[in-house]
Design a protein around this ligand. Structure first.
Ligand code: SAH
Length: 454
């Protein structure tokens, strides 16, 4: 996790006075969740850059706080509320607007540039611009594909963001302190009443006039309606707010995340505890099943050894904390062979898998899953072909991925699903996944199959 701030106001090394950190030194600070290091990669008179590197200790977090969630997710590697806390600790004097040696510099507008690497933001580049541009920054954003090998997954939710502007350092630090967790839409700690005071302190002079003041307040306070109302009441006292403000619209998460959330939600709604992820790929769904205590036993099956190896790596299966050790097992296998190991589970998920099988093999997969493995609940998703016309990169007659053997319209999918339900004794519910277009429906579609046990 990396934040750099560059000043180009000569002598640029004055930055050291403002930050209370000597440009010639490397300093390290112990934080409750890891180590923060401060050093200056560039210390010329024309350009001086300070770097704050945060080295989060995921194992320590698990041991000290039992926060497993912090252990397998992106927290150690992305700019999140951990970075805000580190900034508040390491640059506390600068953030409070004090400088012992050079008080004259504190209020001075300086030509500054800040870069935050790997900033998570579900709202994408548009949201980053919406939040920083009204504060007068020139904003540069570069995103990255979620996975270079799977272009159809689209862009990830991580961005490297550079902000350039002429303003006092203290203001730049306050903007970052407040807006990094707003973009990430999460905080690693409990948000209580004192968080309102923090927001008012660090938002002073800019937040009340920001066009997205409500949205920022709402997200900063972790979407607590009570705290947001209290903060907004103080930010705009003359309006004498008596009612809670309308809830700002949140950006939806990307499709693949929505898909996983919906699948997990269905499995939980139907009381599934022991679950199969058939065609688990690199473990996107497995990660959620592993973290969620609603599931007691999880098996990922895939025909690809490479995918299984990556899943094992990504989930850190060889170094899980004791209470999760052994919860997930990965099996090499294929959906077109009967496999007795798959019998006796409560539920199974097939997320964007069937379209990777030849159409001729679909009836075999049906028997393997619905006749032999026969879990009580099957949740299955597949693309909605009709929606492809809304993707700029997909021409007429093309499919979303080179390995797709077919893609179905909504009618084709529901015909198939009801036929399977009828034949194997499952009741079926069909749902759309992702934002819905009035004429072509949603990007992906989901069938929830519940075994008739009467
Ligand atoms: N469910 C995952 C992966 C989807 S990609 C996700 O949502 O991210 C499709 C996966 O199905 C690939 O990992 C591929 O290896 C797997 N697959 C293809 N044919 C299969 C078969 N016959 N049996 C089991 N898995 C198969």
């Amino acid at each position: 996790m990396l934040l750099t701030i560059t000043s180009s106001q000569e002598p640029a090394t004055d930055l050291g006075y403002l930050l209370h950190k000597h440009p010639d030194k490397v300093q390290s600070f112990a934080l409750s969740f890891g180590q923060a290091h401060v050093f200056y990669p560039d210390t010329s008179a024309e350009r001086c850059t300070v770097a704050l590197v945060l080295d989060i200790d995921p194992v320590g977090l698990v041991r000290s706080k039992g926060l497993f969630d912090q252990y397998v997710n992106d927290r150690p590697y992305t700019a999140s509320s951990f970075l805000s806390v580190a900034m508040a600790t390491v640059f506390s004097t600068a953030l409070a607007g004090r400088s012992k040696a050079r008080p004259d510099l504190v209020g001075q507008a300086l030509p500054l540039e800040a870069t935050v690497a790997a900033m998570p933001c579900y709202g994408g580049e548009a949201l980053i611009r919406r939040l920083f541009e009204p504060l007068g920054y020139k904003v540069m954003v570069s995103g990255a594909a979620l996975d270079d090998k799977f272009p159809e997954w689209g862009e990830g939710s991580y961005y490297t963001v550079t902000l350039a502007g002429t303003l006092p350092l203290r203001q730049l630090l306050s903007h970052l302190y407040v807006l990094i967790p707003v973009l990430d839409n999460d905080k690693h700690y409990y948000v209580g009443d004192d968080e309102v005071a923090k927001l008012l302190r660090h938002g002073e002079g800019w937040l009340e006039s920001h066009p997205d003041c409500e949205f920022i307040t709402w997200r900063y306070l972790k979407r607590s309606r009570r705290l947001a109302t209290a903060a907004l009441g103080q930010l705009t006292p003359e309006e004498n707010i008596t009612e809670a403000p309308p809830l700002p619209k949140d950006q939806p998460p990307p499709l693949q995340e929505q898909r996983v959330f919906s699948v997990v939600e269905q499995l939980k709604t139907h009381g599934v505890k022991r679950v199969l992820d058939l065609g688990c790929g690199e473990g996107r769904l497995l990660r959620h099943l592993l973290e969620d205590p609603a599931f007691s036993e999880v098996v990922g099956l895939d025909v690809s050894h490479v995918a299984l190896d990556r899943a094992r790596e990504r989930l850190h299966l060889d170094r899980l904390p004791p209470h999760l050790d052994g919860k997930v097992t990965l099996w090499h296998g294929s959906l077109i062979y009967r496999d007795r190991r798959l019998e006796g589970f409560d539920g199974a998920a097939l997320v964007e898998v069937i379209e990777h099988l030849d159409l001729a093999k679909i009836p075999i997969m049906e028997r393997v899953v619905f006749e032999f493995a026969r879990p009580r609940v099957v949740v299955l998703t597949t693309p909605n072909k009709e929606y492809n016309c809304l993707y700029p990169g997909i021409g007429k007659g093309m499919m979303r991925h080179k390995d797709h053997r077919f893609e179905w319209t909504r009618q084709e999918f529901s015909d198939w699903a009801y036929r399977v339900g009828e034949r194997f004794g499952y009741s079926v519910e069909i749902r759309g996944l992702g934002s819905e277009d009035p004429s072509v429906g949603s990007s992906s579609q989901m069938g929830v199959f519940i075994r008739d046990d009467r």
